[in-house]
Design a protein around this ligand. Structure first.
Ligand code: IFM
Length: 462
């Protein structure tokens, strides 16, 4: 029988990949990831307060592709049970999702919304009913707007607001949730939201960026301490975005530029938590962060996480550039390098995830690594009975192969979550780049399993 190209990819697991899989113990975690704002919708129902993303998308329409918002998104708020049943049917039994702070505490501090707690009770109970372990992220970028009105992440008070919110969640859900992630990709929400102004809340400049970095680091560690104090047996982690960095040309200036970009994108948030301080020796424009560090913070900004979540999608090439303020370095995009790339213009380079695992694995304080996000946005092809997304399937296979290769060499990587379960709202990019294993028809909310979803389910089930 001659198999079509997409069908062949479903069977690729018979080679190197399935060899790795065969030698893997049962404790390795295979899952899927999502987040509240990108999927839930129900943005103003049952007592939920507005978040910065509700405000940003509804009031700054020009900053979002096609002026979209996530008021409805995937309507996960009503459809969670069907989504979880589908997950179970595919054989996926670990689900990473986030809690919307403004659904639990509409004003960010103070009064708790019982209907918000009840929604996550239903969601967690449904996961457990279908044999799916919940992995809960406490902050995936949707700060309550009421707190942004008081300065948001630039206001040091945020550390108290955040730990109060964390303690409400852990006290309420801790009897059923034992895997927590404090934050999702702090460099992205702080960089895009408080320096570049392209994400909510749309703030710019060093005067916002530096305090937001420091307060996010403090909140991440104080939040983690809060979880452990309330639930000593919990597995507490946090997640970091990262890209494998290379100099564009083999010249000193580009090597120096690459060192700076690596410090900014890959080291800025993990190193302080490990007691190494901010990497401002190589990132001199960020030296003024010390203005925000108060006596006693050295201890508060450290925490021994049980695991770190590594979120990698690509590699970046860096070139020296006199014209780029502060960094004097710029990224050379994948399309301009004429290499294979996704709809996000991110180069497809599976070895990047291997290099990132190795990089984080060498920090002595890192106890365990989970790949909490990896995936790709490509065009999906609709056939009569199937949605074929061959490129996504191959992307996942090649990246998983690199993850398992690192593990076979002794790296402490113990799990992998695909970003993402259903196609959803991709922030400033709106609904165009689809990352899902499951196709979402945003008019009808119908879900259709893509070929990549079938492959991933088959692969997990072995
Ligand atoms: O959709 C995002 C997610 O919210 C955070 N990590 C990267 C994904 C793809 O851009």
């Amino acid at each position: 029988m001659i198999l079509s190209e997409p069908q062949q990819s479903l069977f690729k697991g018979t080679s190197v990949l399935s060899e790795y899989k065969k030698n893997l113990d049962q404790t390795f975690v295979w899952g899927v990831s999502s987040s509240a704002y990108q999927t839930e919708g129900a943005y103003n129902v049952d007592g939920k307060g507005p978040s910065i993303w509700d405000t940003f998308t509804n009031e700054n329409k020009n900053k979002i592709k096609d002026k979209k918002n996530a008021n409805i998104a995937c309507d996960f708020y009503s459809r969670y049970e069907d989504d979880i049943k589908l997950m179970q049917a595919l054989g996926i039994n670990h689900f990473r999702f986030s809690i919307s702070w403004a659904r639990i505490i509409p004003n960010g501090v103070g009064e708790i919304n019982p209907a918000g707690l009840a929604f996550y009770d239903r969601l967690i109970d449904t996961c457990l009913k279908y044999g799916i372990t919940p992995w809960v992220t406490l902050y995936h970028w949707d700060l309550p707007q009421a707190l942004e009105n008081k300065g948001g992440w630039t206001n040091r008070e945020v550390v108290h607001w955040f730990t109060d919110y964390v303690s409400v969640c852990v006290k309420h859900f801790g009897d059923r949730v034992s895997n927590w992630m404090v934050m999702n990709e702090p460099m992205v929400f702080v960089g895009a939201g408080y320096f570049l102004g392209i994400h909510a809340p749309g703030k710019r400049g060093m005067k916002n960026f530096l305090p937001a970095i420091h307060h996010a680091v403090l909140s991440m560690c104080e939040g983690a301490r809060t979880i452990k104090a309330l639930q000593p047996n919990a597995e507490v982690g946090t997640t970091f975005s990262c890209s494998h960095i290379e100099p564009y040309r083999n010249i000193e200036k580009d090597h120096l530029a690459a060192i700076k970009v690596d410090a900014l994108l890959n080291r800025m948030f993990i190193e302080p938590t490990l007691g190494m301080g901010y990497p401002v020796d190589v990132l001199t424009p960020l030296r003024d962060i010390h203005k925000y560090i108060l006596p006693g913070d050295e201890h508060k900004m450290q925490f021994e996480f049980d695991f770190i979540g590594v979120q990698n999608y690509t590699r970046e090439f860096v070139k020296h550039s006199w014209f780029t303020p502060y960094l004097k370095a710029r990224l050379i995009s994948a399309p301009s390098r004429k290499v294979q790339h996704t709809l996000m213009n991110w180069e497809v380079y599976p070895e990047a995830i291997y290099h990132m695992i190795k990089k984080f694995d060498t920090y002595p304080g890192v106890k365990k690594i989970l790949i909490t996000e990896n995936g790709a946005a490509f065009e999906d092809k609709h056939h009569e009975t199937i949605i074929s997304d061959h490129m996504r399937t191959v992307y996942l296979q090649d990246h998983i192969e690199q993850v398992l290769k690192a593990r076979s060499e002794g790296s402490k990587v113990e799990g992998y979550f695909v970003w993402t379960w259903t196609d959803n709202f991709e922030w400033a990019e709106g609904y165009h780049p689809r990352f899902g294993l499951i196709y979402t028809d945003f008019n009808t909310q119908k879900r259709v399993v893509k070929e990549s979803g079938l492959w991933y389910g088959n692969f997990i089930r072995g």
